[in-house]
Design a protein around this ligand. Sequence first.
Ligand code: MG
Length: 376
Amino acid sequence: MRKRIVLLGATGSIGASTLRVAAAHPDRFEVVGLAAGRDARGLKALAERFGVRHLALAAPNAEGIPHGEEALRALAALPEADLTVMAIAGMAGYAPTLAAIDAGHDVALATKEVLVMAGTEVMRRRAERGVRLLPLDSEHSAIFQCLQSTASQPACVRMGAEPKAEERVAEVILTASGGPFFRRKAIDWAKVTAAEALNHPRWSMGPKVTIDSATMMNKGLEMIEALHLFALRPDQLRVWVHPQSIVHSFVRFRDGALMAQLAQPDMALPIQYALTWPDRAAHAPVEPMSLAQMQGLEFAEPDLDRFPCLRLVFEALPQGDWTHPVLTLANEVAVKAFLAGRISADRIAGVIETCLEQGAAPFDEIVRRAEAAVGA
Ligand code: MG
């Protein structure tokens, strides 16, 4: 039987890659629901192409598509679906993710903010409901693939008392492209423009995650995501800069084996693995990698002085889980302000640091503090 998929974030770049995978495997997947932010016409066009009846939008629209948080939650929990792909950017993905879990759907999760903000709660709920959380991010898919074994299971898909994959792990090394500024000798963050920061050398992504990639905050958020998905400790996390984006991450096991997953930097591959897991498909809509691409792969420790956002994450994580929502919400507010031309890029780390200094707080209070720091 075909796997029935609901896709939230259909008009974004992850959405496009997900639909490319679905189109490449009409025998395996059926798209039964689509949601987007505000592009009503784009959503309608996709619905027609894939023959999808159930739609939802975040924003009110003239097309008569159900809209608002309740509509997104209902779509995420669509009874006829088997799996929900969550690719709505930012905090807006939180409530629909919980709705999908509560409905008993496995969730392929691209929205890292969901785990960063509320990873403990989301992981508890998924275990209670007996649903799996399948990582879509390329790094987390790589780690997930390295952890696959017949003897033990990673935390995000473990049911009951199965042996724990993390007990075999010494450390997890997330690779990072380094973004557009990695090769610069000195980065003057005060002078970085949004256009420069949005010009990413390897990955084509939405504006928020592209800015996060330029500051390397994206890797910081991915560290938090990894902590939750794979039940790791902060001292087990490393970051290596790898500009070619061919090795998507490493796991070093306690027996000394260092395992990596290598593939083209194309999101269709991690998405496809999440959709076919625990199986692998017989083909993919991506050119296979050649040996020539593997010549001269580079790896370097990130210079935390040049990437203060990532430094703040390394410093904050040992202080506890309360730092996770502070890091992501303060960053989200600051990046929005930067993209709107309200603050310079060097202030992004400043806003995050100010919010960390103010300690634990409910989500809305963290956002209020970040807004105040932006205005200051
Ligand atoms: Mg990533």
